[in-house]
Design a binder for this molecule. Structure first.
Ligand SMILES: NC(=O)c1ccc[n+]([C@@H]2O[C@H](COP(=O)([O-])OP(=O)(O)OC[C@H]3O[C@@H](n4cnc5c(N)ncnc54)[C@H](O)[C@@H]3O)[C@@H](O)[C@H]2O)c1
Length: 424
């Protein structure tokens, strides 16, 4: 291996598994983060978040967890994995990418390869990151290389992880591309595809996540429409899935969360504005998916009307707060919007999430069911999917809104509990 020392900047859901895989492949790894609490856990060989693959790997590998800038000097490769959020107006916030790039530029030596893994719109590497290094005196291709390799990791996925997901890489010049490809080939046991430009690599990630957002918005719209006809949209999607080509199932739900799908399309929407392009499709998808938590609460009110109850003053249980099953990640979680909307409408909200004890108001599913008149299931954690019709009936839960369409509709209704899913 020509490159031996790797520095990962940002040890979150993306950076920490990446650092662990690099270390497992023989690289000398330094992980830098601004969050000292996180670093303490990593130093103790523990993952700051629940991730089976990482929890197994971390104790077996050596990562120098650093908060001191001096520790990031003289590295061969810098992998920037910092957040790329949007602000309250959905405008991209590139300050972590800019801050991390400045820090690397001030501390690296000539010959380094810098790879941005954070998700960005086409143009950020060349128009925002490159000038930072040039200003620090580094000439691209001569003094350093700059590449983009969008991360595709899917937290909580038992099959796909940073070690086996195919990657695309883009760079600014040929030697940078060659070196980046070689590095990723040494850590990933899957295809590494070289793109023709760094902008193409940036656009790949935007395409992937916008594709998800748009398709989910479409089935959410269909769910809201078909439910008015008394048609179960999940059965319709299962039927369509028997077509062996040109159909890919996406599923409706109470909303889209996480740091990627509800965020990345905004980066493209804003970029388009720079050259007077209106991304109507992406904006519509975002609007539909952002509306789903409110639709879910309205659905609950519709069902409560059947028993002449109002959300105001009712005891409503919310099962699951994290944005997806079997992880403890709260970012952009639709459940948070549901909880806020319920509170705004005057409900007494009872919360349980086995992965988020800090927000749970009770310590078990059983206690939540015992205390609630109606329930919204907002996350399909395995513990929550296992709730049966008998559990609801036994605890006198009268109304169930299944925000993830994961419960047994027929048996729940057969026990006299009022049930609705999203389009089901
Ligand atoms: N989470 C995912 O599933 C996922 C998947 C693919 C791509 N991505 C992309 O990867 C990037 C990182 O996402 P994440 O989920 O790992 O975020 P995260 O919030 O889990 O981790 C980012 C880490 O960076 C640290 N940090 C912030 N600013 C810093 C700085 N200036 N210097 C050093 N450290 C800094 C934070 O303390 C945090 O620990 C984002 O662009 C995201 O869109 C995320």
């Amino acid at each position: 291996m020509q490159d031996k020392k790797v520095c990962v900047v940002g040890l979150g859901y993306v950076g920490l598994p990446l650092a662990a895989v690099c270390a497992s492949k023989g690289y000398e790894v330094t992980g830098f983060d601004t969050d000292e609490k996180k670093l303490e856990k990593i130093k103790a060989g523990k993952s700051p978040f629940r991730e089976e693959f990482l929890e197994e790997l971390l104790p077996k590998v050596k990562i120098k967890a650093a908060h001191d800038i001096n520790d990031i000097k003289n590295q061969d490769i810098y992998l920037i994995c910092v957040p790329t959020p949007v602000d309250e107006k959905y405008l991209p916030d590139l300050s972590p990418v800019i801050g991390a790039s400045q820090m690397v530029a001030e501390n690296m030596s000539k010959g380094a390869l810098v790879v941005l893994e954070s998700t960005v719109n086409p143009g950020v590497s060349e128009d925002v990151v490159l000038p930072i290094f040039e200003k620090a005196g580094f000439q691209i291709g001569k003094d350093f290389h700059l590449s983009h390799c969008p991360e595709r990791v899917n937290p909580g996925d038992p099959k796909w992880n940073v070690g086996n997901i195919p990657r695309v890489v883009g760079s600014i010049e040929e030697e940078g591309l060659r070196r980046t490809k070689e590095f990723y080939k040494s850590i990933v046991d899957a295809e590494i595809m070289a793109m023709e430009s760094i902008r193409e690599a940036e656009a790949v990630k935007i395409l992937e996540n916008s594709f998800r957002d748009v398709n989910i918005a479409f089935v959410n719209e269909l769910a809201m429409s078909l439910s008015k006809l008394g048609i179960d949209v999940t059965n319709v999607i299962k039927g369509a899935s028997t077509k062996p080509y040109a159909f890919m199932a996406h599923w409706p739900s109470c909303g889209v969360g996480g740091h990627c799908i509800p965020v990345d399309p905004y980066y493209m929407i804003e970029k388009g504005k720079e050259y007077n392009f209106d991304h109507k499709f992406l904006k519509t998808a975002r609007n539909i998916n952002n509306h789903m938590p409110f639709y879910t609460v309205e659905l609950l009110q519709d069902l409560l009307n059947n028993i002449e109850k109002n959300i105001k003053g009712a005891k409503i249980g919310v099962l699951g707060v994290s944005y997806k099953a079997n992880v403890g990640d709260l970012r952009e979680s639709p459940a948070l919007v549901i909880i806020e909307d319920l509170k705004n409408r005057g409900a007494e909200v009872i919360i349980y999430d086995p992965y988020i004890p800090q927000l749970s108001t009770v310590e078990s599913v059983e206690k939540l069911l015992a205390d609630s008149e109606a329930v919204i299931l907002a996350t399909n954690h395995k513990e929550l999917e296992a709730i049966t019709a008998d559990d609801f009936a036994r605890n006198n839960v009268r109304v169930v809104v299944d925000g993830k369409n994961c419960l047994d509709k027929k048996t729940i209704r057969a026990r006299g509990v009022i049930y609705a899913g999203i389009g089901r």
